[in-house]
Design a protein around this ligand. Structure first.
Ligand code: TXA
Ligand code: MG
Length: 341
């Protein structure tokens, strides 16, 4: 269905009341969270879930995250909790952490893509919390972008992605974290990092000890939705090591109009350290954090990617690999999945 009236509305009490009304009517609406904007719908209603998949163009084998306002609400949707899971929830909720746990029967199969587990997240964004509380039940919400595209961190980016396919986009300004939640699950009692995200891996490991990883394969039943190609700009994107620009030189034609996505420029002695003289000078450079602050880089990441993708003076994106720790790890993983020639 197309909604022709302007669907952007401020997240004030009127906007929130309208969101709740639409959710009750079984519609999907775009909602702000601290990580990225979500496309929310009634988490316990099949028809609302189906609408989310349809609007996003998302395959049904890619399960959704259910958003709640408390540990007790999460417990009402799930069965056993490993002691570690409860410790993580107590420490990091509300916040950018999603836990995958065995589900109860009330959670529809469509929400979990037929899996016996459900993904639960307790967001910290006050607007999202109020919407869930007033709605009075779990809200299923994937990121509010078309499937495989760049996640939206502003209401304007949601509008670019979904246009008038949603009746309402609740605008609460830019998202503070800027990356989707970190997802943790358990396999044979051991904690697994299913997706690096807005909560640094190290913070979780301080409680759980080392987390294992699964290879990023779509066929693994434990990591559905972790498709190789994702977060994709329309333009080609190549990742480079800061000290290794020569490595990609063969892929860069002399007349390339490069959009450079870089990091921590102010902390470097000089530009010549980065760019071989033979390289075409970038027509646009965006620094995710000139001073090298990873939290700032995370906040800006998706917006910067989107900006370079939309810049008409740029025909390919070159992205500097970030330090592989903290939120740098989560950004690098998104870059890897965005990379294409
Ligand atoms: O920060 C976030 O998590 C945002 C905001 C809106 O809350 N949401 C988000 O949702 O990133 P989405 O749909 O883009 O990512 C959901 C991912 C799935 O692709 C899948 O990898 C994982 O969560 N997931 C969901 N249910 C799962 C399950 N039962 N087992 C394993 N992974 C699951
Ligand atoms: Mg997503």
């Amino acid at each position: 269905m197309q909604f022709s009236h302007s669907n952007l509305q401020p997240a004030d009490s009127r906007g929130i009341a309208r969101a709740v009304e639409l959710l009750r009517a079984g519609e999907a609406v775009a909602l702000p969270t601290e990580t990225v904007y979500g496309l929310g719908g009634d988490g316990l209603r099949e028809s609302a879930l189906a609408k989310i998949f349809e609007i996003k163009g998302r395959p049904r084998f890619d399960p959704l995250i259910l958003h709640v306002t408390s540990l007790a609400e999460a417990e009402a949707l799930t069965l056993e909790w490993p002691a570690e899971a409860r410790r993580l929830a107590e420490k990091f909720w509300p916040g950018p952490l999603t836990l995958v746990l065995p589900k109860r029967d009330i959670v529809p199969h469509l929400a979990t893509s037929g899996q016996p587990t459900a993904a639960l997240r307790c967001p910290s964004h006050p607007v999202m919390r109020q919407v869930i509380a007033e709605f009075g039940g779990p809200i299923a919400a994937p990121s509010a972008n078309r499937f495989g595209r760049i996640s939206p961190t502003t209401a304007a980016a949601v509008a670019t992605e979904l246009g008038t396919d949603v009746p309402l986009i609740l605008d609460a300004g830019p998202c503070a974290v800027g990356l989707e939640s970190t997802i943790v699950g358990w396999h044979e009692g051991r904690p697994l990092l299913l997706r690096a995200g807005g909560l640094p891996r190290e913070d979780i490991e301080a409680i759980t000890g080392p987390l294992e990883r699964l290879a990023a394969v779509e066929s693994s039943p434990l990591a559905p939705g972790q498709l190789k190609s994702h977060y994709a700009p329309r333009k080609p994107l190549l990742i480079v090591n800061r000290t290794d620009f020569h490595e990609v030189a063969a892929d860069i034609p002399a007349d390339a109009r490069i959009g450079l996505l870089t990091f921590a420029r102010q902390t470097l002695p000089s530009l010549s350290h980065e760019f071989p003289a033979s390289f075409p000078a970038p027509s646009r450079t965006l620094d995710l954090s000139p001073t090298g602050n990873l939290a700032e880089a995370a906040t800006r990441f998706f917006g910067a990617l989107r900006e370079l993708d939309e810049d008409s003076t740029v025909d390919r994106i070159l992205a500097i690999r970030l330090p592989d720790h903290g939120l740098g790890l989560a950004i690098n993983e998104r870059l890897s999945r965005a990379e294409h020639r």
